[in-house]
Design a protein around this ligand. Sequence first.
Ligand SMILES: Nc1ncnc2c1ncn2[C@@H]1O[C@H](COP(=O)(O)OP(=O)(O)OP(=O)(O)O)[C@@H](O)[C@H]1O
Length: 605
Amino acid sequence: MPDARPLASPDTPARRPMPRLIVPGLMVAMAAGVIVVAPLLLDNYLVNILVRACFVAIAAITVDIMWGYCGTLTFGQSAFFGIGAYALAIMFTEYGFGTWQVCAAIAAAMAVAAAVAAFTGWLSFYPGSTPLYASVISLVVPIVLVQILYSGGTFTGSSSGLVGFESFDLEIETWLRLAGLGLLATSVLALVVMRSDTGRLLAALRDNDARCTYLGIDTSRLRIIVLVLSAVVSALAGFFYAGFGGVAAPENASFTFGTNLVIMVALGGRGTVIGPVIGALCMEVASAYLANSLPYVWELIVGLALIVVILVFPDGLLGAVMRLFKRGGGAGRGTATMLRQAAAATAVNNPDAVAIEVRALGKHYGSLSVLDGVEFTAHRGELLSLVGPNGAGKTTLIRCLSDGRERSTGDVGIAGHDIARLSPDRVVRFGLGRKFQTASVFETLTVAECLRVARTHADPPALTSRSATLELPPAAMSVVERSGLSERLDEEARNLSHGLKQALELAMVLSLEPDVLLLDEPTAGLTRAERQSFADILTALARRDRLCILLVEHDLDFVREISSRIIVLHQGRLALDGSVDEVVNSELVREIYTGQHVPHAEVPA
Ligand SMILES: Nc1ncnc2c1ncn2[C@@H]1O[C@H](COP(=O)(O)OP(=O)(O)OP(=O)(O)O)[C@@H](O)[C@H]1O
């Protein structure tokens, strides 16, 4: 879109280099403080608290990854912490302390935590589940686990927990150094991964799960993998926590502790890794001093602090500090991305092959029939417009073509594949791309990151590094260059104008190299110039690249200009299917668009 006029200022807001240095600087300072200075200066009581705080902070980091990066608010990390603590306590109580017992206890802690996390993840993240549902499940897990511990008799120590077993015989200063190093290693690893391409993919999940799914990403599987890994880390933290304290108590697994972890993350600043560490250290130390002297007031103070932070600093304390160093609130990440065109796909074998095949399609909501007996076929190279009055069922039809679970009756074929009851991420792999009515991008990611996530299928993300180059297929590249997005690759998507967001979403969908493109009112809200540009792009995609495009559109002039064929939906039934002239000049379309009633009987079945 050469003439697109972005509403947002084209100037990239200036950035100071500080935010990139704050987090590593804080980490080095805290690590030096805990590992080197603290054992020399602090009394035993405070060192004891710091050791525990370091292990709790590791669990808080796992909550941050789940909540701050992946967008799932979880109260259940305490359960995995408790599993680690009890794996050690049960093993040492039952079999004594020794090398094989330590190895077996670590293996048991990791295996049980991973198994419980996999089961919980399967329950929480089934396709179509909501984030609220996952949070509720995360509340239930520690509650159930604590009940199991209570009813475990002498095996789990019931409400008193397990105590008095032989454990690691280390000086307290050594414990502090070990705990500090463990916390430092976990923080560095988490930061490296979260700043890598994989971390950006997790942030994309948080921003827009549906868009990820329609980019062919199995979001449920990804969330389960992250939950399992964070559960294992949390279990290891609990293991050493119990090893240090020589006790495992139901409180270590309780939902109260899980809630405290969430508060630590919220106070420190979610999505920062280091914020939760600061939150955990501060809360553990403060609670050790205040919880006994001010038992009820302390909880009140924590509650009030949480409310104040949520109201005044929604990004937490560290988020507020980091924002001070940003001018303009959210430009790119100071990285320069090189754009490169991927090799063109091999020539299409059969340029006129059937691309969409719909047979006897029906969709019902209870007794309400929204689509009934819809049948049509579309070929590669066709630009097919779908028109009809509001409520005719156009968006529902698009949903039924892109998600096998949507339709009530009938069959849908995409590029020769029956979509059966497959979820959108699987249908996308048949060669389908869907653009939503409202631009669906990843708001907190840069333009380059959005496009990189869209290329996940072709270019799996690196785990520990961030790519400096971005390779796009020719069709996506052409949209990026024509729209001017190539000049703003390192700018966050939320700063783009409406037109540029629409162009970005189209480029993301084209990054999938689809054979079939579904577009739901893509020109709504665009300027005249942007609309013309969109028309040129779509025409080229159909004629030159032989894509089959199905376009839902209200603007009949636009439809007339670009379509090779038009189908009309009326009251859930296919009313007309013909050439542009046949449909636009038909009596039926005139009646529909002038609002006159068309009796059901007159609509061809
Ligand atoms: N989840 C749902 N439950 C019940 N009815 C629904 C649901 N989703 C859509 N409908 C109904 O299905 C009908 C078709 O809706 P749909 O959004 O597909 O129409 P449309 O042709 O795309 O309309 P518009 O042009 O306004 O976007 C409407 O009457 C709508 O109220």
